[in-house]
Write a protein that binds this ligand. Structure first.
Ligand code: KG4
Ligand code: ZN
Length: 355
């Protein structure tokens, strides 16, 4: 069964074809990140206009690369939420229209849940020219999943497909958001995650002592205190107090100070993620631990995971960690086994779709 996935929840327009929920036939992503960089964050209007401009060519390319036409597509899966409403609308309306025009069953999926399903891709079609580092076997239930992205930080226990329990989540900022805000404090370019990670490479993780939050629910996360602590140590290092958002502060810091702050922050952010994950692994004894989302590309997180767990933790290929439609197609495939297709005439976006 071949599923066409469509993803437009934020600033990436994605279309992908996945066979039987595990074989990647194509994975096309067109990002409008460069258009947002000058504003230091995603501008919703620009994102939705970009989706509108590229969605049809991206879908056509996904079919071409997958060496299929519409007759070969058995179902359409689309991100229904959470995300920016204007961005989600483009994907959902396109999927609805195609489902009607091409007479295909339509399966809406949750974007955060879909991130975990990137781990189910175990092979690619032989004609795909891009290399992917993939696991040889799919994840086994129960799966303990840590989802870390720009919008979400969640710890979820999956007993089966569509059968999961939210153990904990962020009480304030998502971890990716914290990386993005720290990048702003340090004057590093957008998107913040990769630039903080790069600055951290030459920094000392022990240069600054930063707080790891403790919450009532041991599986919840908080990053706002850490972000404020980064602002305070940056102000102390610069010898000057600036109010948040701290314009001008970055110019008073030299590159070694920035690297040390980035490294100390990154280490603490990763510690904040790892300790609830370790605790949950002990309590629930999962068959698989899986990590997913844009922050799962972070190499310090990957290093710490390798150190913390004796068995390998599943993390998708970097191209499948950040927003993509392959994960949407995989989840749509499994949805098609447990639910009826959605009426294409009535599917609405869910910008606040909770897991
Ligand atoms: O999953 P994703 O592509 O989009 C959302 O669903 O949010 O995640 C994007 C987030 C951004 O906050 C970005 O700064 C962060 O992932 N990110 C990273 C790295 N690469 C991307 N954070 C830390 N280290 C990285 N290497
Ligand atoms: Zn995402």
């Amino acid at each position: 069964m071949k599923v066409l996935g469509i993803e437009t929840s934020c600033d990436e327009t994605g279309a992908a074809v996945v066979k039987d929920g595990e074989i990647l036939l194509s994975n096309i992503v067109s990002s409008s990140v460069d258009l947002h960089a000058v504003y230091g964050g995603v501008v919703p209007e620009i994102a939705s206009r970009s989706h509108l401009e590229v969605i049809l060519p991206v879908i056509e390319e996904a079919l071409t690369v997958a060496e299929t036409d519409w007759d070969g597509i058995d179902a359409i899966a689309v991100t229904q939420g959470p995300g920016l409403s204007g961005s989600l609308l483009i994907g959902v309306l396109t999927a609805r229209t195609l489902a009607i025009a091409k007479n295909k069953p339509l399966f809406p999926v949750n974007h955060v849940e879909a991130h975990v399903y990137a781990n189910f891709i175990t092979s690619t079609a032989s004609h795909l020219s891009t290399n992917y580092q993939l696991p040889t076997t799919e994840p086994k239930f129960p799966i303990l999943a840590l989802i870390v992205s720009g919008g979400h930080s969640q710890l979820v226990l999956f007993s089966g497909h569509s059968d999961y329990r939210l153990l904990g989540q962020t009480r304030d900022d998502a971890v990716g958001e914290a990386f993005d805000k720290v990048a702003k404090i340090l004057g590093l370019p957008y998107p913040g995650g990769p630039s903080v990670a790069k600055a951290a490479e030459t920094g000392d993780t022990g240069a600054f002592k930063l707080p790891v939050s403790r919450l009532e629910n041991p599986y919840d996360f908080s990053f706002s205190g850490l972000k404020t602590a980064v602002l305070r140590v940056s102000q102390a290092a610069a010898g000057k107090t600036y109010a948040f958002p701290s314009t001008g502060l970055a110019e008073l810091l030299d590159s070694q100070q920035k690297a040390d702050i980035a490294a100390s922050f990154q280490k603490t952010a990763v510690d904040t993620l790892i300790s609830p994950l370790k605790r949950a692994a002990k309590e629930f004894n999962p068959a698989t631990i899986a990590v997913a989302g844009g922050v799962a590309t972070n190499s310090e997180l990957r290093r710490q995971l390798a150190k913390a767990f004796p068995d390998p933790v599943m993390i998708p290929d970097i191209k499948l960690c950040t927003d993509n439609a392959a994960m949407v197609a995989v989840l749509g495939y499994f949805r098609s086994h447990t639910t009826h297709p959605h009426d294409p005439y009535s599917l609405e976006v869910l910008p606040n779709f909770q897991m």
